[in-house]
Design a protein around this ligand. Structure first.
Ligand code: ADP
Ligand code: GLC
Length: 484
């Protein structure tokens, strides 16, 4: 039995701000349980959903020296869907209404978390073969495993995998600050280690010291070796190219099942969507106060409202998108300028635009189900889960060909009768607009073709089954295949 520990800053169903939580919470369930014991460790934030917080069981506690003080570390656990989740408790760090606050305090918080997470393992008495670290928050763990922790008997054979979910966020501050928070000596802060552009960089530490690096799609794995997508670390990504692989994300096919999801007005399947799916559109229009019109081309957006997701393209041609024959439904929170943009257009065109500037999982399911198309014109997209959710619900993605969007959405080819959505290449607002208009023309003028695209979209398989095997192979490669 191989023992794998995921360490991350968020995981569904406990705490989520984005796709990272979906991955960390849903992937562990999909490993071959006979041969892989996969557990997860996250902070015990006070903002974890109440119904879970009260159920966490106390495991043990200890004190750890950190920044010149002896600090409390509590360990709690909870078994969800057969997976053991560990929670690291220290209320002076993990308080607040959100998992992340200002960057400086987050750096201290997650440096503490990395040290506490490793220190907790001998206390729990569970010795993973591989520690699988997700994003910059966990970047110090591979460094510690090759350094001061790795010197001890308990840790010396432990391997690490570093997964990049988003290279844009690296955990950067001046060298002295990162030195202090991490407790690492001067020798670590050179340009081949944790120093980058005169700053300390926690993700870079993980990328230099991990035994293996993955990211969440093949295309992104290639893109980050280039200057445009490399966020300053493209040289390192090229240098570690042999240890870097792309493994595309999946989604939880039980949670995202249009046939059984309890949030939907009318469940439907790949067999009966032609009759049933539209009932969800009408219910959604009614819920949001839009004119109920089952024929109207309805475009959905569910997203963090940031530049990454291509909102400046949408802003540029918003007027042209909001034509009389379209309804646009946006669910999201983030940058104020985008919230204001969508609110303004909802005010200007109340029959065409619905701006839901909030976070709501139930509503997100109703949008994935009730719309005809799903717009995601990202500037960059390591993988993207929203387009996979849209495909699963037979709502055709309109995407820019980057990262995981390129790898998971196949553009409609009307001559060959192939494809699962619509896409464009350049980061250009009018290319996007042309693609939206093309999709709209297929919807209005070639409804039978549209429905065939939906047929194909609903049958592609982006569950975790294929990708979980690739992670298993990776763990086997690191630890010696077949060995017990
Ligand atoms: P990212 O992680 O970059 O934000 P992904 O597409 O990988 O993008 O994952 C986003 C996840 O967050 C999806 O599960 C999506 O449904 C969800 N999500 C984003 N914004 C909202 C919102 N306002 N309400 C509900 N769910 C949201
Ligand atoms: C990040 C990326 C997104 C990816 C998610 C899960 O948030 O922005 O593209 O799907 O991580 O890997």
């Amino acid at each position: 039995m191989k023992k794998i520990l995921f360490v991350a800053s968020e995981a569904v169903p406990f705490i989520k701000t984005g796709g990272l939580a979906d991955v960390v919470g849903s992937l562990p369930k999909c490993f071959d349980k006979e041969n892989y014991d996969v557990r997860v460790m996250i902070p015990k934030y006070l903002c974890i959903k109440e119904k879970f917080l009260e159920k966490l069981e106390f495991v043990d506690q200890f004190y750890m020296d950190y920044l010149g003080q002896s600090r409390y570390v509590g360990i709690l656990q909870y078994v969800h869907d057969g997976i053991t989740f560990y929670f690291i408790d220290n209320e002076s760090y993990f308080w607040g209404s959100k998992p992340y606050g200002d960057q400086y305090h987050d750096l201290e918080k997650f440096s503490f978390f990395c040290q506490a997470a490793l220190s907790a393992l001998p206390v729990i008495g569970w010795q993973p073969d591989v520690v699988h670290c997700h994003d910059w928050q966990i970047g110090l763990i591979p460094v510690y495993l090759k350094g001061r922790f790795g010197e001890g008997e308990f840790f010396k054979d432990m391997k690490s995998v570093m997964t990049i979910h988003n290279l844009k966020f690296q955990g950067v501050w001046d060298v002295n600050t990162i030195k202090r928070f991490s407790g690492l000596g001067d020798e670590y802060f050179t340009s081949d280690k944790l120093e980058a552009y005169n700053n300390g960089n926690m993700l870079k530490g993980g990328l230099v010291y991990a035994d293996s690096i993955t990211t969440v799609s093949n295309t992104y794995a290639e893109e980050i070796k280039t200057q445009f997508y490399g966020e300053g670390l493209d040289g390192l990504m090229r240098a570690r190219g042999n240890d870097l692989i792309g493994i595309v994300n999946g989604i939880d096919y039980e949670d995202f099942n249009p046939g059984t999801n309890e949030n939907l007005a009318a469940p439907y399947t790949a067999e009966n969507f032609r009759k049933e799916k539209v009932k969800n559109k009408k219910a959604l229009q009614k819920e949001l106060g839009l004119p109920v019109d089952e024929k109207k081309f309805t475009i959905g957006v569910v997203s963090r409202l940031t530049d990454q997701k291509g909102f400046d393209l949408i802003a540029h041609v918003m007027e042209e998108i909001c034509e009389d024959d379209v309804q646009l439904i946006v669910l999201g929170t983030g940058e104020e300028k985008y919230e204001n943009l969508f609110r303004h257009y909802e005010w200007k065109y109340p029959a065409r635009v619905s701006a839901q500037m909030k976070y709501s999982e139930p509503l997100s399911h109703r949008i994935y189900a009730g719309c005809d198309a799903f717009l995601m014109p990202s500037l960059f997209e390591p993988c993207g889960l929203s387009q996979l959710m849209a495909l699963r619900y037979g709502t055709l993605p309109i995407v820019r060909e980057t990262g995981g969007l390129k790898d998971t959405v196949e553009a409609f080819n009307e001559y060959e009768g192939t494809g699962t959505g619509f896409s464009f290449t350049n980061y250009n607002a009018h290319e996007m607009l042309d693609t939206i208009r093309y999709a709209k023309s297929v919807y209005y003028e070639k409804k039978r073709e549209w429905n065939k695209i939906v047929d194909r979209a609903m049958t592609v398989d982006y569950s975790w089954s294929v990708s979980a095997k690739k992670y298993q192979d990776l763990y086997d490669g690191l630890t010696g295949a077949g060995e017990e």
